[in-house]
Design a binder for this molecule. Sequence first.
Ligand SMILES: Nc1nc2c(c(=O)[nH]1)N[C@H]1C(S)=C(S)[C@@H](COP(=O)(O)OP(=O)(O)OC[C@H]3O[C@@H](n4cnc5c(N)ncnc54)[C@H](O)[C@@H]3O)O[C@H]1N2
Ligand code: MOO
Length: 389
Amino acid sequence: MISVEEAQARILDLVERMDTETVPLAQAAGRFAAAPATATRDQPPFAASAMDGYALKGVEAEADAMFKVIGEAKAGERFAGRVGAGQAVRIFTGAPVPEGADRVIIQEDVTRSGDLITLGRDLSSGDNIRAAGNDFRAGQVHEMGRISSKDVALLAAMNVPQVPVYRQPDVAVIATGDELVMPGETPGEDQIIASNTFGLKAMFDAAGARARLLPIARDNPDSLRFVLGLAADADLIVTVGGASVGDHDIVGAVAGELGLDQSFYKVAMRPGKPLMAGRLGRAPLIGLPGNPVSAMICGKIFILPALARMLGDDSDPAAPEQVSLTVDLPRNGPRQHYMRAVRSADGVAPMDRQDSSLLSILAKADALIVRPPDDPARRVGDPVDVLPL
Ligand SMILES: Nc1nc2c(c(=O)[nH]1)N[C@H]1C(S)=C(S)[C@@H](COP(=O)(O)OP(=O)(O)OC[C@H]3O[C@@H](n4cnc5c(N)ncnc54)[C@H](O)[C@@H]3O)O[C@H]1N2
Ligand code: MOO
């Protein structure tokens, strides 16, 4: 058995950065940028009024001063002339400031009568003008990782209509087992509903992949061979179940027969021990254990970092946080233990039941306590490593 860190490293070695494609800006949110964006223009492209009011020469802006209104500037349509001494232009927010003017007096500070205005006594300060290029300049570069709604708004303003992004990994997810039926179907007496594959698809899609659920492979080599064949063009194949040592655990054998170049089998972790990984044809294959919680935790610990690498996100995964225990814990065994846990204002405590079949417990947990192999007994108040769930 290898360590979790070794298994993570070997899985990362199996995957490659995706190639890129260009998508319309409206479809770019949530995708991973393959290049920074470059502004194609200044914003604003001209000195613009920040307020509704009157544009005039700042040196003339004194209490009770009077001006003649000689025209109007609105957003989208500038005043063509020049503001001279004693003159003002009616102006609205976003309009280009006319030549000759260098201050906008807000209309609340002005009394108008016909085409004459008189300034009030207490003029609010500031010129109320946004300089050209105040937000960004042409050529300014914006770095992005996963494209957010904020990035999309900025790219739109930069007049960047197409965005190069990494292609979304096509992840083929294969449930195995005669006991499984799809949610919504009527199970036979000895059957259960395939669950962890649905959880994994949700997890992978949220991480930026496009996971597809293939038909359930039955516990016989022909069925598994057929379904693996459907996955041949995937960027990543994830099988679930059939990974252990029972007579019907055939994933390793069938994948081996089909040419799996195995990287490892079995990891010193709990849950998740019978994890396997290798390369099948061009696709990396990761075989997850079938127990639902084991599969979900292995998805988080191994497959999310792999997807991050494929999607161009090389940032180190968030380090575990140190949180105080609110209960004592006995010595840990030889496998790294990922305990389903709940955080409170006082610290963190593992849930009472840790069996790897319990999805109701996983759903209530909001953290994993990570206990290294052979971790000694811990007491209330001791810090432990915690990952968010
Ligand atoms: N003699 C031993 N038995 C087992 C060992 C061992 O070391 N020696 N390891 C145990 C551990 S740890 C795990 S984890 C499981 C892993 O088994 P498999 O990967 O072979 O998984 P299955 O046997 O196919 O299924 C286990 C369990 O999970 C249910 N299952 C499977 N797929 C799904 C699915 N898509 N949705 C919901 N539930 C699923 C399946 O019905 C079984 O109940 O092996 C232990 N045994
Ligand atoms: O490793 Mo199994 O995943 O302990 O239930």
